[in-house]
Each structure stands twice: as structure tokens, then as C-alpha cells.
Design a protein around this ligand. Sequence first.
Ligand SMILES: NC(=O)c1ccc[n+]([C@@H]2O[C@H](COP(=O)([O-])OP(=O)(O)OC[C@H]3O[C@@H](n4cnc5c(N)ncnc54)[C@H](O)[C@@H]3O)[C@@H](O)[C@H]2O)c1
Length: 266
Amino acid sequence: MDRLKDKVAIITGAGSGIGRAAARLMSAQGARVLVADHDSAAAEETARTVVETGGEALPWAVDVMDDTSVGDMVEAAVREFGRLDVLCNHVGGTNPRKDLDLLRLDMDEFGRAVDLNVRSTLTGSRYAVPHMIRTGGGSIINTASVAGLVGDVLQISYGAVKAAVVNITKSVAVQYGPQGIRCNAVAPGTIMTPALRDNLPAEVIEALKGYNSLPCLGAPEDIGHTMVFLASDESRYLTGQLLVVDGGMTSQSPAVPGRRAMLPPE
Ligand SMILES: NC(=O)c1ccc[n+]([C@@H]2O[C@H](COP(=O)([O-])OP(=O)(O)OC[C@H]3O[C@@H](n4cnc5c(N)ncnc54)[C@H](O)[C@@H]3O)[C@@H](O)[C@H]2O)c1
């Protein structure tokens, strides 16, 4: 119940999905949470459920693509809660209708992808680090993706920007480790957020399960629990790392489904 006692956390994209789950789980462990999202009604809803269950949370409207707005977000957390221990740079993604293969990629979408995923991660960290240095350290948690680890036929921008997030994670860990700041990334596999569940046909969801070693898809809480661990002092010797939380999707050979069929009968 008190793994994050006395800690203050900012989570961007906390109005929905993984970010919302992380906000609830961190507050359940005693953190005070700035619930940041550009959908202010969604941020308010997350904060309301945290407060209803006895936690402490403040909704905050932010556009992570706007540097000034990100700076205001960090200042608000420090002003309202007195310090900053944890920053989750969670917002990200691309528009799958415009983020296609190399020749059909919309280059404006590529620029937007860099701002939403990469620039936002840099900016959030740039504003947070001085506050963390002042209090002797902190934990920055960046959301990457398994898409940043492998090639794909579509979403060439998404893979590229998530790979960049991993490298930024390592550089921030190296540059501010001496001041007690840890920086790690989480790479989710397929996570059943409400958005995904509402947009994918049941048969596609079933097929996605076949890519994992485990017989299921992830829930937002699976990533949220990982973030709680990275935010807590339990991970105090862990920095510059990427934790892949994907049900085994990227650790198994792509030939596994076919080879399963070749197994001799028991
Ligand atoms: N769900 C998955 O399967 C999965 C897999 C790998 C990686 N991820 C990563 O997880 C992160 C979010 O995923 P999710 O599944 O929780 O998504 P989600 O769509 O449920 O939530 C995203 C939240 O971000 C907010 N947001 C969007 N643009 C914003 C902006 N400019 N400023 C502030 N807030 C903004 C939205 O309002 C929304 O509340 C992304 O970085 C995504 O790449 C998700």
C-alpha cells in the first residue's frame, strides 16, 4: 500500500488506457499524482476515481506537443505537491491511416509523430530533471513499444519514433545518473485498452493472441504495475533499461505458430 509513499508523480496520457491504470495503481501505493491529458474531462474522470478510492490526484490539461504547456504541467506538480519524484512520459502513437510504408508515408504525419513521441519525451524530461536534481533524484519512465524493436510493413514512423524513445532513455540515464535520476522505458506489446477493444473485430483480437507465448493479451494494469515498480525504490539499481512487457511476443521465433503444428502428438 505504501510503495510510493511521499512520492509525487506526473503521468501524461492519464485520461485513458494504460496511463489511467498507472495513475490508479500509483495512487493506491501512496503517490500523489498529477493526472495530465489534453482531454481535460478524461483527466478529471481519472482523478475523480483516484480520490474516491482514498488517493490524492489532480487533473491537469496539457498538450505534450506544446513545450510551454509541458513546462506549465511540471511547474503545477511542484507548486501543488511541493516536489517531483516520478515523470511518466506516456503519451504517444501515430495516425495509422497516414503512417504507412516508406513510399506512401505522409511526411507531415512523420513530423507530428516526432513531436508527439520524441519531442514530448525530451521536453518533459528537460523540465522535470532540474526539480529532481534539487531533491536528490527521481525516476523518469518513458513509454516505448515493441514496434520500436522490429521492422513492420506499416507504421514506419511509429517504429522509428519509439526506437528513438529507447535511445533517449539510455542517454538521460547516463547523463543524470550521477545526480540520482533513473530513466527507464517500458515497451508494451498488445494491450487491450478500451480504444483497441472498440476498434478491432473479435476475430482480429483472437488472432493477436496467437502471436504471444502466453495465451492472452495484456491489460492496461500489466503496464501500470511495471510502472509502479519503476517508480518505486524497489528498482533503485535499475536504470537505462527497456522492460518489454508483451506476453512473450518478441521473444519467440516468428515460426512458432507453424512449428506448433509440427509437434508430434503427446
Ligand atoms: N495500447 C497498446 O497496445 C500499446 C502498445 C504499445 C505502446 N503503447 C503506447 O502507450 C501509449 C498510450 O497508449 P494507451 O493505450 O494508453 O492509449 P489511449 O489512447 O488509451 O490513451 C492515450 C491518452 O493520451 C491522450 N493524449 C493524446 N494526445 C495528447 C497530447 N498531445 N497531449 C496530452 N495528452 C494526449 C489522450 O487524450 C488519451 O487520454 C502510447 O505511447 C502508445 O504508443 C500502447
